[in-house]
Design a protein around this ligand. Structure first.
Ligand code: PMP
Length: 283
């Protein structure tokens, strides 16, 4: 594997950054997870825009133009001969002192790792996931806004720990108001009597690129999609539930906190959305 660091490709063993990098010392940086299908990167512009927005929000100036960044992502896939892959794009604050001061950091470090994909096993897509609500709430938007895809993922990791302890691979996170926010690495949708609902961005969530693509697909197919405040009650009594994310794509949820969702099987709309999403991604 060849890893891109600041414009140069290194062998995996030589792809190293400093232990004084504030990305490591403080989680000070931003990232993206991107997919390519059949050699074509899915919604690359959206990922690049979100990366630059995240960086702007944490006052980190990325030392290259967005168009060059997009090319670097494509070059990384090509360099590694990957058609169906997962790209991890990371920009750290760079090497600094042991203090917090970002002004003492040198150049931001741009790292691109192009790998093959590690999807959930097929069984999860066929049978659907069982998830639990974590007691760890999502970051308050006035603290670290969940719209920022920062290298500090401890909030999500703590909820993931709770999910794992309950024997689940995902966990539902509520916001500071007790409303449904999102899962640790995926957005959530519910369907009740034909109407699709998903938390709005101001619930304090990451504006998922898969989420946005799925909303478009559903609306094109004539479904009503509402972005609004949801409670756990709305999830418990839903006919169908599914999650969206770059790695997971569209994945059904059949049980939440021991409540069966609908009939406890992936729903028809969920299956239709998954099929349409895969068609779009592979188009
Ligand atoms: N929410 C969180 C917290 C995430 O980390 C992610 C990305 N894994 C998502 C939602 C889904 O976003 P996307 O569809 O852009 O991958």
């Amino acid at each position: 594997m060849k890893v891109y660091i600041n414009g140069t490709f290194y062998d995996e063993a030589d792809a190293k950054i400093s232990v004084f990098d504030h990305g490591l010392l403080y989680g000070d940086g931003v990232f993206e997870g991107i997919r390519s299908y059949g050699g074509k990167v899915f919604r690359l512009d959206e990922h690049i825009n979100r990366l630059y927005d995240s960086a702007k929000a944490i006052a980190l100036e990325i030392p290259m133009e967005p168009a060059a960044m997009a090319r670097a992502v494509e070059d990384s896939l090509r360099e590694n001969g990957i058609e169906d892959g997962y790209v991890r794009l990371v920009v750290t604050r760079g090497v600094g002192t042991l203090g917090l001061d970002p002004e003492k950091c040198s150049e931001p470090q741009v790292i691109i790792i192009a790998a093959t994909i590690a999807l959930y096993p097929d069984e999860f897509y066929e049978k659907g996931l069982e998830i639990v609500t974590a007691s760890t709430i999502r970051n308050h938007p006035a603290a670290l806004n969940p719209r920022i895809k920062s290298l500090n993922y401890l909030n999500n990791i703590m909820a993931k720990v709770e999910g794992r302890q309950a024997g689940c691979v995902e966990a539902l996170m509520l916001n500071h108001k007790g409303e449904v926010a999102e899962c640790t690495g995926d957005n959530i949708f519910v369907i009740k009597e034909g109407v699709v609902s998903t938390p709005s961005i101001d619930a304090g969530i990451l504006e998922g690129i898969t989420r946005n693509a799925v909303i478009e697909l559903l609306r094109e197919a004539g479904h009503e999609v509402r972005e609004l405040a949801l409670t756990r009650h709305d999830v418990f009594v839903a006919d169908e539930c599914f999650l969206t994310g770059t790695a997971a794509e569209v994945i059904p949820v059949v049980k939440v906190d021991d409540r069966l969702i609908g009939e406890g099987k992936p729903g028809t709309v969920t299956q239709e959305v998954r099929r349409r999403f895969m068609e779009l991604a592979r188009a």
